[in-house]
Each structure stands twice: as structure tokens, then as C-alpha cells.
Write a protein that binds this ligand. Structure first.
Ligand code: MN
Length: 229
């Protein structure tokens, strides 16, 4: 056995009704997958293939709870998203093949330092500082599924007021198409999560705010924004 200099915990997400957790290898995120959100961010939803960014697996906050308001931003935004978890190899797959690799679904929040993301966009720089920071990916437990989710309400409330509302069927690229497309670039499989994009209505949150994300059939994810770290 090889000695290690220090121990780093393996990020993992609980699975509904099971003792075993889902260990996470990678977290992929799709940038614009609902027409309304693409338009509110100033782009034309009809012309673009999906594009992606990633978050480190240890950005996950399984089960939600309270997180500190992140550093270096004055404009932290909520983006509620359907998350799909994979459990079988997928490479250069068809949508039908990709669908068979789905393990289950969860509710996720793609928290975004919008000011840093906007600055990066304006300067043609990567989005890492805006997207891939600590605590930026709260996620509910994963519910196993026999097939990809194709429809159902997706909402986000802030302090009890609905801010985002859409339907999974509004996705420009549904789960099988997304996974198939992404599989042209990566050997996807066990431990890979994909945040599938957010419906319109994104906006800022402040310390003390309570966020509740809901997707029909998946329950809810509750997050409290704590004081600045
Ligand atoms: Mn997003």
C-alpha cells in the first residue's frame, strides 16, 4: 500500500433510502439549457450547441443546510438545476445509449459569483472564479431512476417567494442528448454528475436568505446563506 501525505475526504452524495453513498468523481455543468435563461443572459438560445464548465467535486454541499456567503463577490446568484448522476460508461454514445447510463437525479444549486463571471465573459477569460468556488454546488440526495427525467416543475423560492419557475420539458437539450453530446469529449461514467442548466429568473441572494429548490418527484433542497466567511 502506498503511503499518503494527508487524507482528503472523498466527496459523496447520499442516495434516497439507501445506506451507501454515491461517490463523486466530476461535476459538469451546462451553461444555457433553457431558452428563457439564455435570453435573460443576453444570448440567442436557438443558435448554440451546449457548452460546459466544471466545478470541483468538493464544491458539493450534500443535503444543503447553511453555507457561508462566499468571498470576493457582491452579487451571488441562485440557479436551481436538475442534476443527473451516471453509473455506467458512456463514450461517443447515442442518446438512447446515454439514457441507459443514468443512475438517478437530484436537485442542485449552481451558485454563481455573477460579478466575477460577467467580468470573465467581458475579458474573454475562463469562468472558474465565478463558478467553481467552495460551497458552490449544494445538492439534494440522489433518487435512483430507471430512465431520464423528461418533465416536471422546477422551482426556486427565496424566503418563500418564487423566483425561478420552469419545466424540465423546457430544456433545449434533454438529458439523453446532453449526455450523448458531452460523451464526445469525455469518457463519462460512474461518479460523474451533470448540472443540466437553469430556468429563467436567476437573481442575487444575501446573508440570511433561505433558498428552497424543488423538482417534481425529487422533493426539495433547502439552503441558508450564512454570514460572509
Ligand atoms: Mn447553471
Amino acid at each position: 500500500m502506498t503511503a499518503t501525505l494527508f487524507h482528503i475526504p472523498q466527496p459523496a452524495v447520499p442516495v434516497v433510502g439507501e445506506a451507501a453513498v454515491y461517490p463523486v468523481r466530476r461535476v459538469f455543468c451546462v451553461a444555457r439549457n433553457y431558452a428563457g435563461h439564455a435570453r435573460e443572459m443576453g444570448s440567442d438560445p436557438s443558435r448554440e450547441a451546449p457548452f460546459y464548465f466544471t466545478k470541483p467535486a468538493d464544491a458539493l454541499v450534500p443535503g444543503g443546510g447553511e453555507i457561508p456567503y462566499p468571498p470576493a463577490t457582491a452579487n451571488l446568484h441562485h440557479e436551481v438545476e436538475l442534476v443527473v448522476a451516471l453509473s455506467a460508461p458512456v463514450f461517443r454514445a447515442s442518446p438512447a445509449e446515454a439514457a441507459r447510463a443514468v443512475f438517478g437525479h437530484a436537485i442542485g444549486l449552481d451558485l454563481t459569483r455573477r460579478d466575477l463571471q460577467t467580468q470573465a465573459k467581458d475579458m474573454g477569460r475562463p469562468w472558474c472564479l465565478g463558478k467553481a468556488f467552495e460551497h458552490s454546488a449544494p445538492i439534494s440526495p440522489i433518487l435512483r431512476a430507471a430512465a431520464p427525467l423528461v418533465s416536471g416543475d422546477i422551482t426556486l423560492e427565496v424566503n418563500g417567494e418564487v423566483r425561478q419557475h420552469g419545466d424540465i420539458s423546457d430544456m433545449i437539450w434533454p438529458i439523453p442528448d446532453l449526455v450523448a453530446h458531452l460523451s464526445n469529449y469525455y469518457h463519462l461514467g460512474e461518479g460523474d454528475l451533470i448540472f443540466t442548466g437553469t430556468p429563467e429568473g436567476v437573481g442575487p441572494v444575501r446573508p440570511g436568505d433561505v433558498l428552497t429548490g424543488r423538482i417534481a418527484g425529487l422533493g426539495e433542497l433547502r439552503l441558508v446563506i450564512g454570514p460572509e466567511s
